[in-house]
Design a protein around this ligand. Structure first.
Ligand code: ACM
Length: 749
């Protein structure tokens, strides 16, 4: 193994080039410690002499939020008007959420047109005071968000969180100027809101008999045998709605219908299509027992919605609509007759009929409805707002149909997914969405015309809690990434490096408050560089200009930095860790297994999904195996519905003894093993002869390791094709959808 240092001229060139392209580095850096980054900052080039803030609040600004905001900040006091050095002025020309802060030599002048604007201004001021350092610079901030809808979602059905925990979530949201709390109150595993007219929702539907232990993909399933549940009384809900309103947050309640309704069915089986005993679900996924579109159900839903609308005064009601299997409706004579009577095309038409009817009821009371993107199927209800979660396609389609859209794609906004590849991460549903990816996200897809873009209201993070049992874990999954999301939704002036500098300070603030915030900003991201015929080389994105310390096996080999590359010329365990001052990242352990293809080149004929592209095709032959426990990340390549095929070019004619492939199996996440693998070999890259194929692909664990004999045949090219499993069969999670195929690594010996 060798380390390569760049010659000094190249170093100088790179430094020169980076300063040229990052002009912000030459201007005052506009880092005032504020997250999300304000949209207009004019540094006046002088400091003020303000080192304490004396704020006068009007009588109509008596929200308890302010008491909380100023609590424990030494040097901030609320005073009578005559003593104030922070002056609040009403300016009706500013928009609802806009504000300005003018820090002069002795005073801070805040302008806004509404309570929202003043809240955002004071939040920014307190952040600047806490995180920038004193005295304050003289600066003019003029700020207004890019998107009007900035949401955070919390699933309290899979696991229940107390009123105090929900309030902590709202406090966090207020700190980062989120304005919509999407409260997922019902699902298969529990109904969490008191409905006076239907007491069995509290007595029965709020509880499940037991809960799955471990991950859904662990076989066989095991259960904890403990009854689990809870619900919010209407009094508690009112208190939380008030608490949110004090922070200018609107709560959007979601009752997920007609699918995800087993808890409701357990209490009121007459809402189902079959005459049977229903139970709240004890494991995760999508279930075939759904609400029946009969008059009993509609009466129930109208009654329930009446109570919900009385509890939640906001504009929006979310009616779910996602993941509703149609099996029960297909088997039901009643549903089949209804399809005929209403002249509907099929069960999708019936879902559209169901949603449209409930939507109409809610809209008749002056509210608007939101549904997950499945509500597009069979036709959108008039006026419905689409929450696009299975990627952005649903949102694009809805915008083209002139419906408003909230973007929450599971490519960027699912914070139940892993945020780090570090092996110590708590068990999660799967996937991989690191903070940087969230930060770079733009909720407006480039496919849309300027006219269509107006329909994108904004974005939201979703936190599904199948694998999240405690509020500490909620904080761990959301707090870091939601800071990044807040800038993605609020700020035009984005700069990830500046964000990381601010993040460190905000992180410390939350940790001192006792919150559990994920800290991965010193974790290393490695890149593998391959050249045909040459050994693998590694280089890193080095966070915050830290130094990398590295070991081979147990030998300490020294340090390197972001301009260095390291040549990997022997197999074994390499460990890297970034460190700067007293901060250090999680160790990155890379177990290289060099084989005949690690010095080869790979070409893919079919490309993986953008979301699961590893670090490019070379990930398949870089000598590193994707982890056994999770897909996603830098190694695994994921194909949605398509085959994986391509060829490997060796630097010279090579004797080929075996080739082995690894595939991930996670049927809970729709990830299936391939149906077949075929391998052929060629001398010239044109004429291939088939060498081996198999359809025997099985595993009892999460990873199938399939080794195929090549019998010492010689060749310069090896072609491979792994056939996608195809459509997911009835009775399985994701039935009817395309399955995923995940592959890594192709080892040639
Ligand atoms: C969803 O994640 N089922 C909306």
């Amino acid at each position: 193994m060798k380390i390569k240092k760049f010659p000094i001229s190249i170093v100088l060139f790179i430094v020169f080039w980076t300063t040229q392209t990052h002009l912000y580095a030459l201007t005052p850096d506009k880092n005032l410690g504020i997250i999300p980054q304000p949209n207009h900052i004019r540094m006046k080039g002088k400091t003020s002499d303000i080192s304490t803030l004396k704020i006068h609040l009007d009588k109509n600004m008596n929200s308890p939020f302010y008491t909380d905001l100023f609590k424990g900040v030494e040097g901030i006091t609320v005073v009578e008007k005559k003593y104030a050095n922070v002056l609040l002025k009403s300016d009706d020309l500013l928009g609802q959420e806009a504000y300005s802060i003018d820090v002069t030599q002795h005073q801070v002048i805040i302008s806004a047109s509404s309570g929202k604007g003043f809240q955002y201004a004071l939040t920014s001021l307190v952040q600047m005071y806490r995180f920038h350092g004193l005295p304050l610079p003289q600066v003019l901030i003029q700020d207004n968000p890019v998107f009007g809808y900035r949401g955070m979602h919390l699933d309290v059905a899979r696991h229940f969180f107390t009123a105090d925990e929900v309030k902590k979530y709202l406090d966090y949201m207020a700190m980062y100027k989120f304005n919509r709390f999407h409260w997922h109150l019902t699902d298969d595993q529990g109904w969490r809101v008191e409905i006076k007219k239907y007491p069995k929702l509290q007595e029965i539907a709020a509880y499940r008999d037991e809960t799955l232990i471990g991950h859904y993909n662990d076989q066989p399933h095991k259960y904890d045998g403990k009854r689990y549940g809870g619900y919010y009384t209407q009094e508690t809900i009112r208190e939380i709605v008030r608490y949110a309103a004090d922070r200018n947050i609107e709560i959007i309640p979601e009752l997920d219908i007609p699918g995800h309704s087993m808890a409701a069915l357990s209490a009121y089986p007459e809402l189902g299509c079959e005459n049977k005993v229903y139970k709240a679900a004890t494991s995760w996924g999508v279930f075939e027992d759904v609400l029946c579109p009969n008059e009993v159900t509609f009466k129930f839903l109208e009654d329930v919605m009446d109570e919900i609308m009385a509890l939640f005064p906001g504009k929006y009601i979310h009616i779910g609509g996602d993941e509703c299997p149609k099996e029960a409706w297909k088997k039901s004579d009643f549903c089949q007759q209804l399809i005929k009577d209403k002249n509907l095309k099929n069960e999708e038409g019936l879902q559209s009929y169901f949603v449209t009817r409930i939507a109409g009821y809610i809209q008749s009371k002056g509210r608007e409805i939101i549904g997950w993107d499945e509500i597009l199927e069979g036709g959108l209800a008039p006026g419905a707002i689409v929450m696009s979660w299975r990627g952005v396609e649903g949102g694009i389609e809805a915008a083209k149909q002139h419906h408003y859209v909230i973007m929450t794609p599971n490519s960027h906004c699912y914070f139940d997914y892993y945020q780090s590849e570090s092996p110590g991460e708590p068990i999660s549903i799967g996937g991989f969405i690191p903070m940087e990816k969230v930060y770079d996200w733009n909720p407006v897809p480039s496919e849309l015309t300027p006219e269509q873009r107006k329909y994108i209201l904004g974005g939201q993070s979703n936190l599904w809690t199948e694998y999240i049992h405690t509020f500490d874990h909620v904080e761990y999954m959301t707090f870091a990434r939601d800071m990044a999301l807040s800038e993605a939704l609020w700020s035009k002036d984005k700069d990830y490096r500046r964000f990381l500098n601010k993040f460190e300070k905000h992180y410390t603030y939350w940790v001192n408050k006792g919150a559990h915030v994920a800290f991965h900003i010193y974790d290393l991201k490695h890149h593998v560089k391959s050249e045909i015929g040459k050994p693998v080389q590694l280089y890193f994105d080095v966070p915050q200009q830290a130094t990398i310390y590295y070991n081979y096996e147990d030998d300490n080999l020294g340090t390197m930095n972001g301009l260095d590359t390291i040549t990997i010329d022997k197999s074994g365990k390499y460990t890297f860790i970034a460190s700067k001052n007293n901060q250090r990242g999680h160790p990155l352990e890379l177990n290289f297994n060099l084989h005949k293809a690690t010095t080869a080149r790979i070409y893919l004929e079919t490309l993986p999904s953008d979301r699961y592209a590893g670090r490019g095709p070379q990930s398949l032959i870089n000598g590193l195996k994707g982890p056994d426990s999770k897909y996603g990340g830098s190694e695994w390549l994921g194909y949605s519905g398509t085959d994986c095929s391509g060829f490997i070019e060796f630097s010279e004619e090579t004797q080929l003894n075996t080739v082995s492939f690894r595939f991930f199996k996670g049927e809970g996440q729709w990830i299936y093993l391939p149906k077949a693998i075929e391998v052929s070999v060629s001398d010239d890259g044109i004429h291939y002869s088939s060498v081996v194929s198999t359809t025997e692909i099985h595993t009892d664990t999460k990873v199938a390791n399939i080794s195929l004999p090549l019998k010492g045949i010689k060749g310069k090219y090896l072609k491979f094709e792994a056939k996608n499993y195809g459509t997911i069969p009835t009775g399985r999670q994701g039935a009817g959808y395309k399955s995923w195929l995940f592959i890594d690594e192709i080892v040639v010996d």
